[in-house]
Design a protein around this ligand. Structure first.
Ligand code: ME8
Length: 480
């Protein structure tokens, strides 16, 4: 049978600073969904992540660090890869928007398609530009003259730019979103964008004059006008197709586009649900099928910030706890649809209750019994289908519910041990006791398979323990 293809993307991250817990969240959530498709459904998957490099804020950060921007970028991007490695993120490609071979040809081809459609025009523009957002803002976006998200004053820019005729596509975008051809999950985010579309979209500035302090190699040149580089969002959004070979080598593109899902945070909904579909409609490229829009991670109910001292650095957490423990917390204790709070206390409590004393304890109790009482080689059964509720939860991106289902099985299995007391039963009725122990191993095996998208290493260790009929190594040992 032809395998189904499944293509998922994360946002491409700004490499002006280290990644934080929010970025770790987006990427881990994405990885869990991809692993479900790859490992549970056996779909043919493609998983893209990357970095959004052609930005003023990166140049500013590099200068502040006393480094050349392109060298600075390489260092930061190496750190991204390290964090993703530590989180066991199974991406197929990391696209960088300074990649002149992989990214630029497709970004420029897309631009040319917009020109051919008559949707690019030149205009003098004056406006307030927030470097943090890499976007023009209006007076009403400001609080006391400052951007409330970044705490900085926007700069006044007067430039001659190319504009994209986004206004032309308001009606069509609205139709596609209303009908769920471009499905926006959760529905509250769909309503939010439909309200914006109701007001009508405005044309967007799509290029900037090349700045004198930008080195060669930064900023995608506008085709036919080297004095201008593409506006960063125009170039960044294109990554979702350029990485697949749009404009250079179409094999992956043919196989995987349109994307099944773009995973994004709530802060970048407008770009993905208005500008991106507008660009694709203009270029005659099919739209992605869905956007999964997640909330923000807070700590102790507040945005993480250095001044509040509530920042939880993912690398620090990973130095203390196993990768799978961090993944577990992000995936089960944060809802993808709302803001989610992380504190060290909540993390520690969940770790002790659900991992060390929950899953870890259950697996070692069962396998201790199996090792003592069963003959070797009781092959675990591989299920033909996973529970419908589990599949439904993934289908609607409710990964935290899928994880809850696993933990309710863990609880039932604990209860079954208490009720059947197989460790006593084997002494009075060996056959009956062994039968129950065997059932326990089969159910534990199912739990391990269901855990694969969440905790890949733990899942493998339990599957191996059941196969080899022996107690697994320490599953949740704290690192010291
Ligand atoms: O916006 N909680 O990049 P970025 C949860 N380059 N997720 C968070 C978060 C938080 N507190 N903070 C950030 C950009 N994120 C653009 C994207 S895509 C073509 C270009 C996550 O480095 C969330 O997914 O600012 C958000 O959308 C993304 O990081 C933004 O990362």
């Amino acid at each position: 049978m032809q395998k189904k293809s499944f293509y998922l993307t994360t946002p491409i991250f700004y490499p002006n600073a280290k990644l934080h817990m929010g970025h770790a969240y987006t990427t881990t959530l994405s990885d869990c969904i991809v692993r479900y498709h790859r490992e549970v459904l056996s779909d043919k998957t493609y998983f893209l992540t990357g970095s959004d490099e052609n930005t003023q804020k990166m140049v500013d950060a590099a200068r502040k660090a006393g480094q050349e921007p392109l060298v600075f970028l390489d260092d930061i991007v190496a750190n991204f890869a390290k964090l993703f490695g530590n989180l066991d993120i199974s991406y197929d490609q990391f696209i960088r928007t300074t990649d002149q071979k992989k990214h630029w040809p497709g970004a420029q081809l897309l631009w040319k398609k917009l020109v051919e459609a008559g949707d690019i025009y030149k205009k003098e523009y004056e406006g307030l530009y927030c470097v943090g957002h890499e976007a023009f803002v209006t007076e009403k976006d400001l609080v006391d003259g400052k951007c409330p998200d970044h705490g900085t004053e926007p700069i006044l820019l007067k430039e001659e730019n190319y504009f994209f005729r986004l206004s032309k596509y308001t009606g069509e975008i609205k139709k596609r979103i209303e009908s769920d051809e471009l499905k926006i999950v959760p529905v509250s985010r769909k309503s939010e964008i439909l309200a914006l579309l109701e007001e009508g979209l405005q044309d967007v500035s799509f290029s900037r004059p090349r700045r004198a302090d930008w080195p060669q190699g930064l900023g995608v040149p506008v085709p036919g006008d080297d004095s201008q580089v593409m506006y960063v969002w125009c170039d960044a959004l294109a990554n979702y197709i350029t990485a697949l070979g749009y404009g250079r080598d179409d094999a992956l593109y043919e196989e995987f586009w349109p994307a099944d899902v773009h995973v994004i945070g709530k802060d970048i909904l407008r770009f993905h649900a208005a500008i991106w579909p507008g660009m694709l409609l203009s270029a005659g490229v099919p739209l992605p099928q869905s956007l999964l829009v997640h909330g923000f991670i807070t700590s102790g109910g507040k945005k993480m910030s250095k001044s509040l001292g509530n920042v939880i650095d993912p690398e620090e957490l990973l130095a203390e706890y196993d990768t799978d423990a961090v993944r577990y917390f992000l995936l089960r204790h944060v809802s993808p649809f709302e803001d989610g709070d992380i504190t060290r206390e909540a993390f520690k409590d969940a770790y002790n209750a659900n991992l060390a004393n929950g899953l870890g304890n259950l697996a070692s109790r069962i396998m201790q019994l199996a090792q003592t009482h069963l003959e070797k080689g009781a092959e675990p059964e591989t299920p033909e289908a996973f529970p419908a509720e589990y599949a439904d939860a993934f289908k609607s991106f409710e990964v935290h519910h899928a994880a809850d289902l696993v933990w309710s099985r863990i609880q039932s299995l604990d209860q079954k041990i208490t009720e059947t007391a197989p460790f006593k039963l084997v002494k009075t009725d060996a056959e009956a006791g062994k039968k129950i122990i065997f059932e326990l191993t089969q159910e534990l095996h199912m739990i391990a398979l269901m855990l694969a998208p969440f905790m890949p290493e733990t899942s493998k260790k339990i599957v191996a323990a059941v196969k080899e009929n022996k107690k697994p190594e320490n599953l949740f040992a704290r690192k010291d």
